[in-house]
Design a protein around this ligand. Structure first.
Ligand code: ZN
Length: 247
């Protein structure tokens, strides 16, 4: 009985979302509205966090892809970065399932890694990456560094394992009104972290100095936007930019 009610509720929800306003590049389904996601702690609104917090139209109702995952995929696709050469080595940290499924099928050496994510094949702390220097041609690390205590160490590890001329997409949520990133490692309580950093497992809020932090370990950083028509069609966050890094 309960199963039947849940199924009927889900079906009626899908019906209300039916339409062609937005499309999902992973499952190719279209909807008039995507599902909401994200937290609504005051700090997120107060600091106008981009790439985090509550988003009204973000999750594909069919395959559950998020706006952040679609952004990285569409950026890669529209910049020909998915035309990966055979034997290329790509490291995907905290792999998102739809992105993983697409990249994994390519004729390349794909490695997924994370400390907790069950989708990752390698259990790894990015503050201590178990690969030699100059190993990977490309790295995708989408919304991870805000969880890492020693993010400078993680950034320098990512830089170390990337080949010269290799690229990395290193996304984080950030505040466009804070000049400097804010962290206080003495705050370890989940509820306090949620109120102060906007999520119970975040350890800082990045500010406008985020690219400077990446540059300090050696990366060159370009802030890239994708085409406005793609943003509209695939229900992306119009304010989120790609931090495209190179060694
Ligand atoms: Zn989808």
């Amino acid at each position: 009985m309960i199963k039947k009610i849940i199924l009927e509720t889900f079906q009626s929800l899908l019906l209300t979302l039916q339409g062609s306003k937005y499309a999902c590049p992973f499952c190719n389904h279209s909807h008039n509205k995507f599902l909401p996601t994200g937290f609504s702690y005051n700090i997120l609104k107060e600091k106008k966090i981009i790439g985090g917090g509550y988003r009204n139209n973000a999750i594909c109702p069919f395959c559950k892809s998020s706006d952040r995952e679609r952004l990285v995929y569409l950026f890669l696709k529209s910049n020909d970065l998915l035309k990966l050469k055979p034997k290329m080595k790509l490291l995907h940290i905290a792999p998102e399932i739809n992105l993983k499924n697409i990249i994994e099928k390519k004729n390349i050496k794909y490695h997924s890694a994370d400390l907790h994510n069950p989708l990752a094949k390698i259990k790894m702390d990015i503050q201590n990456i178990g690969f030699p220097k100059n190993h990977f041609d490309a790295i995708i690390c989408n919304h991870v560094l805000e969880h890492i205590i020693d993010d400078k160490k993680a950034m320098s590890e990512l830089y170390r394992v990337l080949k010269p001329k290799g690229w990395a997409i290193l996304q984080v949520p950030y505040s466009p009104i804070m000049k400097h990133s804010f962290e206080d490692l003495s705050i370890t309580n989940s509820e306090e972290r949620a109120e102060i950093f906007g999520q119970s497992d975040h350890v800082r809020i990045y500010g406008l100095d985020y690219p400077t932090r990446l540059k300090s370990v050696g990366f060159s950083v370009k802030k890239k936007k994708i085409d406005i028509n793609l943003i509209k069609k695939f229900a992306l966050n119009p304010n989120e930019i790609i931090f495209f890094c190179k060694k």
